[in-house]
Design a protein around this ligand. Sequence first.
Ligand code: NAD
Ligand code: TYD
Length: 362
Amino acid sequence: MITSDMAGSDKKTIFVTGGAGFIGSALVRQLVLETSATVVNIDKLTYAGNLASLVSVAESERYHFEQCDICDREAISRVFRDYRPDAIVHLAAESHVDRSIDGPGSFIHTNIHGTYVLLEQALTYWKTLDDAKKAAFRFHHVSTDEVYGSLGDIGAFTETTSYEPNSPYSASKAASDHLVRAWHQTYGLPVLLSNCSNNYGPYQHPEKLIPTIISNAINGQPIPIYGKGDNVRDWLFVDDHAHALRSILAKGKVGEKYNVGGHNEFSNMQVVGLVCDLLDELLPQSEYNPHASLIEFVTDRPGHDKRYAIDAGKIKAELNWSPSETFESGLRATVQWYLENPEWHASWSKKGFDSQRLGLRQ
Ligand code: NAD
Ligand code: TYD
C-alpha cells in the first residue's frame, strides 16, 4: 500500500546503510512497500547481514542494493554520485555487545571510522546541491540508548542525559553520535540523531536474546541467562522503531536528537518467562513443556549494564510518535513469526552461526 502521509519519504531517494540488518531491513520494507520513495540499501553483508529479510522488496523498481563497506571512501563517493540521494538513514554498524567485548576493533573501525567516512562523503555531496535541495537534505544517524550508560532502580534517559557508555559497542556508538553532532555544528550538515532502546521482532539475528530464547527452547537446548537475570531492558517492536525513524526523517528538527522507546521495561527473567509461556501455549504437544525448565544461569557479561529505560516524551510531544505494539502483542507476533518461519534460523546455521557463548574476554 502506497500512502502519501510520509512527507519525508515520498518520491525521494533515500540511502539506508545497514539495510540488510535487523532494523535496517524493517525500515527498507516499510519505505518500499508503504511509500513511493526509492531506496538504496548500502550494506557490506557482514556476518550480520542477510538478504533473506528483503525478499518482499527485492524485485521492486524502487529498491536498489549496493554491497559496499561504509569505510570505503571511493565506494561511498560513487554511490552518492550515482544516486544523488535526498536523505541518508545510517544504521550500518557492528551491533552486538558480546562481540564488542571479544573483539572491539571492528566496532571502532565501522562505527566510528565508517561514520566519519559517511559524514565526509555526505558533506562533499551536500555542498554541490542547490539551496532548496540543501535545505531539504537530511543525515539521520541511528543510535542506541546504551550511550547513556546504566540506570539504577528509578529514572529514565532523556535527550539531555550525559553520555556514560560502558561497553566497547556503546562507546563506539557514543563516539559516532559526537561526530554527527560536530559535522552539524561545524559544517552545517543537516543531521538528525535518534537513540533507541532494545528492539525485538521478526528477522533478528539469532545471537540476540529473544531469538536465542525461542530457538533454544523449541530445540530443547538450555536457555542461557547471564548472571541472575535481573538486568532490565526497555523493549520496542522493530516496526514501531522503523515508524519512529520515518517520523523523525519527515518532521524532526535539524540538529536535534530524539529518544525512542517502548515503555516496556522488563527484566531478562521476565522476558524469558513470557516467551516460554507463549511457547507452552502455541506448542502444547512439545516434549519440552514447560519450556522454562530449560533456563540455565550462566556467567554474567563483564560490565553488564543493569537497567535501561527511555523517556520518549519528546518524540511524542513534538512528532506525535508513540509505539503501536504493547510488549504482549509484539512478543506474541514475534514468537508466532519465528515458529512459522523456521528457515530463518536455518539460514544462519548454513552461514556458519553456531550460537557459542561470546563476550567473556577479561
Ligand atoms: P544488525 O547487526 O542486525 O545489522 C547491521 C547491518 O550493518 C548488517 O546488515 C551488516 O551487514 C551491516 N554492516 C556492518 N558493518 C558494515 C560496514 N562496515 N559497511 C556496511 N554495512 C555494514 O544491527 P541492528 O540491530 O539492525 O542495528 C542497526 C542500527 O541500530 C545499529 O546502528 C545499532 O547500533 C542501532 N540500534 C540497534 C538496536 C537494537 O536493539 N538492535 C537498538 C538501538 C539502536
Ligand atoms: P542483547 O540482546 O545482547 O542486547 P543488549 O546487550 O544490547 O541489551 O541482550 C539483552 C539482555 O539479555 C542483556 O541484559 C544480556 C542478556 N542476555 C542473556 O541473558 N542471555 C543471552 O543469551 C543473551 C544473548 C543476552
